[in-house]
Design a protein. Sequence first.
Length: 330
Amino acid sequence: MKERLNYIDWLKGIAIITVVMGHVTAFDFLSLTDSSKSFVNRFIVSLQMPLFIFLSGLVVNYKFESVIASSKKLLYKAWILLVPVILLGIPYALWRGFTIYEFIINPTKYGYWYLITLFELYVVYYVVFSYNFLHDTKYEDFMKGCIIWILLKGFAHININNEDILNAFQFTQLVVYWPFFFVAAFINRYKLQDQLFLNNNIFTISLLIFGGLFIYKEYSSIDNLVMYLLQFAGIFCIIYLIYKIKDKNNVILNKLCHIGRSSLDIYILHYFFIHVAYMKIIGNYFLKYPNFIIETIVTLAYSIVIVYCSLYTGKLLRESKLISKILFNK
């Protein structure tokens, strides 16, 4: 069995909590249109999904395997990532008043886009990087990852007028998030964690870049490449702070670990809890009387309630052997 890395689970716990916080501000406290007016939302969404994707790449299996073994792993990934989209994502969309066709061509799949995109990232990585004859040196591997990104961007540009097709297959998100997944997988393959995540100089530079670019972004628009720089800087700041305490243990870290190990359950179920209560009065209050600290505390507290509701609902579903087998392949 693959060894669990506590610091990865801590980071996954942080990531899923911020995901829920972002969705609470966007769909519960405010509307998706008004969410950009919330500083908390703007801060969270600049990092939450890139961090989640990065962590997935950081634990991807990079070792050479036979075609059959790799295919089995992809089938397993397809089951645990795509089945919830069908069995939970589509019912959620119908519950919210959308049609199946609208669900298919929606670029976010009403929140379930992440599962499809993550599966596609695994497919691209396994096809290109899991066989020995495609591995030479780390520099050539890195160039291959860059070339893959260029090819993906080129395909998306050529088919830019076929927006429904690109949305149906999450191709735009695949292009956007490939750099995060690949860079993390590259770091894992060549065991660069200590070299990068414990380097105080890298942390300092990342902190300055993230702070400077985030402030600049608040007052002016930035292009996509600069946004990547901001997001990677933020990711390295967060990971540095967690990685340096990876051998420690306390109550908060144990709770984060517990949440991180159930992040898939939380992700696929939390949408159903976000719309249970009408909380627009809270969002409107903070728009009228902005207070970053209080808004963060309130959003965090409410999001943790949703996190635990989703977590224990997932545990309840897993108690049924039939549901657990169909939905989670366990």
